[in-house]
Structures are given as structure tokens and as C-alpha cells.
Design a protein around this ligand. Sequence first.
Ligand SMILES: O=C(O)C(=O)C[C@@H](O)[C@H](O)[C@H](O)COP(=O)(O)O
Length: 368
Amino acid sequence: MAQRLTINYEKKPCYDIVFSQTFDEFAFELEELGTENRRLCIVTDSSVEALYAQTILELVKDKCKKAVVFSFSAGEQSKTLDTVKKAYTFLIKEEFDRKDILIALGGGVVGDLTGFTAATYLRGIDFIQIPTTLLAQADSSIGGKTGVDFDGYKNMVGAFHMPKLVYMNVSALKTLEARQYFSGFAEIMKHGLIRDHIFYEWLLDNMYEICEREPSVLEEMVIKSCSIKKAVVENDPKEMGDRALLNFGHTIGHAIEKAKKFELYHGECVALGCVAAAFISWKHELLSMEEYYEIRDMFVPFNLPISIEDINAEEITALTKSDKKMDAGKIKFVLLKKVGKAVIDTSVTEEDIKAAVEEISFNEEHMS
Ligand SMILES: O=C(O)C(=O)C[C@@H](O)[C@H](O)[C@H](O)COP(=O)(O)O
């Protein structure tokens, strides 16, 4: 029996997150939404299309007026306005109107890009998320942030647009490529670090089962992670305040992503960004040295990087200024006061950032 969480928006129930071990119950969820006279477009990428598009098409075809698939090349390089333009052209050709629905089938790139297409096509149509990666299930499919990268800057163009439903087949995580799986784990760890020390300790206690992808532990981990995100986004849906805490690890993480031309996965950059932010938290005397090293080393068993070769501290520091979290010209940096408690800090200097990037730079000198 599927479990579910309801996300409230402006204090009213807005959409459900359904946690299942199969895709089969998705058809029932569509009936509940009333899709019989509406067109559905499954938006996916080349990797996920090969795995699941046909399964979803078969499930939905009797529940709607017409079902079609729009697919683009997998990878962050496709998260652009060009791909959105291609999607608009496709939807116009397929005569999609305002009551029709997009279904985002895939990871974070697919979810963000489909959500943005839905937010803007005909001034806004409905969309559904079927996240298939750990990162998308535990984080990005929830909360209504949609968008694309612009000139290589992460999520520079976007909109808040709430999905009508988020449907997760948690068993899809079992076959996810290992690097992709562990990349998603960085956002889960982030949720524990910023909000919930009990969850953080649970992650440590269940390290073996998480790495082995034990089904019941996977499901519990995804539900707990979504529950933390639910509390944050319900309290501040449009990021006027505390939602920015979810940006822990992202200021430096996004800068590394851009500097490395998206060759690293988002979660890998977030892990590096979390280590750098924990380092600054220590230097600002919020965390002790022991706490910093404990947090840093926690990423290692989950195959996440804590240092990186060939980065230039000046370049990364310059790039952090182009991230979106600015307040009167100062970066709204997220630091940790302790495990489970994050704070927004506008006193982080360029020197702090440079020192943190040097801390995570891997070089021979560092090792000796
Ligand atoms: O939902 C949010 O809010 C988040 O910050 C979640 C992040 O993990 C996610 O990567 C998000 O897309 C980053 O948001 P951005 O505003 O910094 O682009």
C-alpha cells in the first residue's frame, strides 16, 4: 500500500507525494486527478525514455484523451531555454491547450525543465512529477522550484510552479547507476545537517543498508527526507526567509558546477559545497574543529567527494557572487551552528570563501 504526504501551500492542501514500490498505482492517481478529457505529454530525457517511457505510456493511455512523449538529450547541458523552446514547439504541434498536462519523468534536470515549461506555456498549465533519481525523489521534485540554467549559471531563469502530484516509485532507485545514486545522497545529508540531527544520526546508523540500497531503508530515507523538505517549503514557499537554508552547500557547489562545466554531478558539487560551508562555520566559531572534521568525513563512506583537483579559488569566489542568494550586495551564505541547525549569514567574506575553496582543493602540497 502506497504511503503519502500532502504538501500544503498557503495553508491549504496543494498536492500529494505518493511513495510506492511500483509505477502501477500511477494510473489510479490520474483517475483521481480527472485526466480523461485531457492530453498528457511525458517529458523525459534520452536515458530515462529508454527505461520507463513505454511503461508510463501504457499506464496512462486509457486515462486521457491522448498521450505523447517529448524527449531531449540527458544531462545538465540540456537544461536551457533552447530545450524549453523545442518543448513549446512540440506542444503547439500536438495542439496542447490550457487544460492539458505535462508529466516530468526523470531526474532533477527533467523535473526543473518540465516544471518551467508548464509554468510558462500558455501562461501556465498543470504538471506532474515522476522523479526517478534519488536527488529528484528526496529533494528537487518537491517545493515547486522550476527553471533552467542560463549562460552556464545554475537555475538563473525560473518560476515557482507547484506540481499537481508527485509520484515516486522508490524501487527505481535500486537500478540507478552508482554515481548518480550517491550524488542524490548529498541532498539527503544536507537535510539532516540543516534541520534534523536525529535524521543525520539515523543516516550514520544505517550507512551499510543505504549503500546496499536495502528497499525498506531506502523508502524510509526518502520519506524522512521529503518530510524535512515539506516542513521547510510549507513555512516559506517562495523563499522569502528560511527556505534559503536549503541552499546549504549550494553557493560554492553551484560555482564549482559552472567552473567544471557540469562535468561533475550536482550532488557531488553540493557535497563539496557542504564541506566548504562547514569549514567556514568552524572558522566563524560556530562549529568546533572536531565537528567540522566529523561532518566532512561523513561524506566519504557514501562515495561523495570532499576534495577536488584543479580548481581556482579566485575563480570560484568570483562565481559565488553570481549566485542568486544576495542581499544588498552581500552573499546570503548558509552556515551551520551545529548538526541540525543552520543559519543565514551575510558576514562571510571573499577571504573566507577563498580559504574554504583552498581547504577542499586537492593537491600534492596539501597531502604532504
Ligand atoms: O527547493 C529549494 O529551495 C532548494 O534550495 C533545493 C536545492 O537543493 C536545489 O538544488 C535548488 O534547485 C537550488 O535552488 P536555487 O534557488 O539555489 O537555484
